[in-house]
Design a protein around this ligand. Structure first.
Ligand code: T3D
Length: 264
């Protein structure tokens, strides 16, 4: 098993768990953490025995976004090109999570701010501890929401709430995030990791290739007309219909027993 310095990584019984692990900085992203995340996700991509992923954080925070100390004070005469870091690190991370052909459950254990909030929203199922909060912190420091925040927010909570969250940059409690439809659900703090693991373990027993197709269809829907989406569903259903798991699902139904999906 690979050893990382900014992450904890474990993989067992079909579930890989990535824990952001810089608790003294509320697990803020650094370039090194991005390198390690790339490595961890590449290992998951290559390992077909992994059928679901949990992403969480160490300590009292989930992730406070970019580590603001990493590049030190900004000299206004020589401002950095922030697009470089987005192109190299943040955007590939969001794309990797979205494109991964396994479901990613995000267990938001504490504050999720800036890029930390939006990387959480990029995951397929987001559950949060009751004490957690989501902050589009960007405007507090003169930045624009990134990591897909301006894409996820209007689609999940509607344009009025999205505008207030992004412009005011105030914390949204986990309970309200659930009520607004930003996340799947909020649970008691002590129940969070048990719930996340049990969700991921359950997903790891489901028809993995089909779950990847479902992920693809849902993501494509926001750019498609109904006609386009109907065509896409037809194409994906053709693929699903040829999986072993479809034959097993129907057989199990007819035999009145639980299906034993193999993820193929
Ligand atoms: O820059 C680019 O490359 C472009 C990409 C940008 C993506 C982004 O994510 S921009 C947004 C960056 N993040 C933020 O602006 C959030 C900054 N953090 C906060 O506002 C607060 O820490 C929180 C609201 C998240 C939590 O507040 P609180 O009171 O619970 O904790 P705290 O005391 O502020 O933080 C605890 C420690 O973590 C503290 O260190 P200390 O004083 O104990 O030594 C604090 O400095 C450190 N910390 C928190 N967030 C960051 C951080 N250190 C570095 N970078 C951080 N983002």
């Amino acid at each position: 098993m690979e050893t990382y310095t900014t992450l904890l990584f474990e993989s067992a019984d079909g579930v890989a768990t990535i824990t952001l692990h810089r608790p003294e900085r509320l697990n803020a992203f650094t370039v090194h953490m991005h390198e390690e995340l790339r490595h961890a996700f590449a290992a998951i991509e290559a390992d077909r025995s992994v059928r679901a992923v949990v992403l969480t954080g160490s300590g009292r925070g989930f992730c406070a976004g970019q580590d603001l100390g990493e590049r030190g004070a900004i000299d206004p005469a020589h401002p950095p090109d922030l697009g470089v870091g987005l192109d190299k690190n943040f955007n590939p991370l969001v794309r990797t999570i979205r494109k991964l052909d396994r479901p990613v459950v995000c267990a938001v254990n504490g504050v999720a701010a800036g890029a930390g909030a939006n990387v959480a929203l990029a995951c397929d199922i987001v559950i949060a501890a009751r004490s957690a909060s989501f902050i589009q912190a960007f405007a507090r420091i003169g930045l624009v929401p990134d990591c897909g925040g301006t894409w996820f927010l209007p689609r999940t909570v509607g344009s009025a709430r999205a505008a207030a969250l992004a412009l005011l940059a105030e914390p949204l409690t986990a309970e309200r995030a659930e009520a607004w439809g930003l996340i799947y659900k909020c649970v008691d703090d002590e129940a969070l990791m048990g719930e996340a693991r049990s969700l991921a373990s359950h997903l790891a027993t489901r028809p993995t290739r089909t779950l990847a197709l479902i992920k693809l269809a849902l993501q494509a829907s926001s750019g498609n007309s109904l006609d386009g989406q109907l065509d896409l569903e037809r194409d994906l259903q053709r693929v699903a219909g040829k999986t072993y798991d479809f034959s097993e699902g129907v057989r199990a139904f007819l035999e009145k027993r639980e299906a034993r999906f193999e993820g193929r």
